[in-house]
Design a protein around this ligand. Structure first.
Ligand code: TXA
Ligand code: MG
Length: 338
């Protein structure tokens, strides 16, 4: 009984989830689905996003329902160009400069909401700020333009699970719950965008695909707000357990113990079952991270391994985002409540 109640409620019959390819026709079909209030899994350079019309409250509500996501979490709004961005958010001169330097790309800016933005309040969870991102992926760009407006898109995975970096990952998690998946192959960056709140001074809310050092070169030292207030989540990383595989996860393991499944990094991990990057390249490791987490979980289950053990990852550049995600994966799991 408890197990049934704790599962997200499916209020509708399962949908037929369309597989679309990134051709002109596939993109036009995806845009039509979005205009009708439907949900499309959209490729971006970071991870696949679950996109819906950011101005349509029903579409946005369906995003939360499809993910089984807690409603207090506001969503990132995706735009194709600065004109669209300025219609929904206010840019200080400093925010303009950051956008010019890092957009399009793996950076999300939290900015004051523009007057008359027209976004569903569900997107911002009622906040006076909005998280905006201009993705660099050409298919995301084409889809946003074909649709003609801003798209709300969290990562296209069930809430609390590993983010998807291929269309097959999306299908495994959300098939039957969304209208379409637009397949453009694997994501090149592989971890979510860095989230920067353009407060005075700016604050790093989530490490991600743009290294914090690159932002700091422009803005000066950034206090890491990601671990500052674990009881009041403002970015998804602040939820205690996130990106959780089924098997327990151990970090910083130079030598695995007792049948653990060992995930290596770099050449100094002989005999590792899997590796994030044989050469020890953080960019390659980020691109592989979520696929490897899934593979490791499957292998650990198949073998009855007591845990997944990760070799130490240097904590600079994209390593900060990787370690942040791995800490979430290793965090104590929330106890299921009825
Ligand atoms: O790479 C990415 O960022 C991917 C792709 C699809 O773009 N998207 C993604 O979205 O990771 P999501 O929804 O999983 O993470 C967005 C997070 C929210 O959980 C929230 O904590 C934070 O951004 N956020 C959104 N609006 C905010 C706001 N107004 N203030 C502070 N944080 C906000
Ligand atoms: Mg997510």
């Amino acid at each position: 009984m408890v197990a049934i109640l704790s599962r997200p409620t499916l209020r509708h019959m399962p949908l037929e989830t369309l597989d679309l390819t990134a051709t002109d026709e596939g993109i036009a079909q995806a845009a039509a689905v979005l205009r009708a209030g439907g949900l499309v899994a959209m490729p971006t350079e970071t991870v696949y996003g679950l996109a819906g019309d950011a101005c349509n409250g029903t579409a946005v509500a369906r995003i939360f329902a499809a993910k089984g996501r807690p409603q207090f979490n506001p969503l990132i709004v995706h735009v194709a160009d600065m004109a669209q961005a300025r219609r929904i958010a206010q840019f200080s001169p400093e925010a303009e400069a950051v956008a010019r330097a890092f957009w399009p790309g793996a950076l999300t800016l939290v900015l004051p909401l523009a007057e008359g933005a027209g976004l569903s309040p569900l997107v911002t969870a009622g906040l006076e700020t909005v998280a905006v991102r201009m993705p660099a992926h050409p298919v995301a760009q084409r889809l946003i333009r074909a649709f003609g407006g801003p798209l709300a898109a969290p990562s296209a995975n069930p809430s609390g699970k590993v983010s998807p970096t291929t269309a097959a990952h999306v299908r495994a998690g959300l098939s039957g719950r969304i209208e379409a998946i637009l397949d453009a192959g694997p994501c090149s960056v592989g971890v979510e965008s860095t989230i920067l709140a353009m407060d005075d001074p700016p604050r790093l809310l989530r490490p991600g695909g743009i290294p914090a050092e690159a932002l700091e070169a422009m803005l000066g030292p950034l206090p890491d707000a990601a671990h500052a207030a674990p009881d009041r989540p403002t970015a998804p990383g602040q939820l205690a357990s996130h990106y959780a595989p089924e098997a327990p996860v151990r970090l910083g393991v130079a030598r695995p113990a007792g049948g653990e499944l060992w995930v290596g990094f770099g050449p100094a991990c002989p005999g590792a079952d899997l590796t994030l990057s044989p050469a020890g390249d953080l960019v390659e490791a980020a691109a592989n991270l979520f696929s490897i987490l899934r593979k490791a979980d499957d292998l650990a289950t198949a073998r009855g391994a007591p845990a997944i053990a990760f070799a130490p990852i240097p904590d600079h550049g994209l390593g900060r985002a990787i370690n942040d995600r791995l800490r979430r994966a290793a965090a104590p799991r929330p106890v299921a409540t009825p």
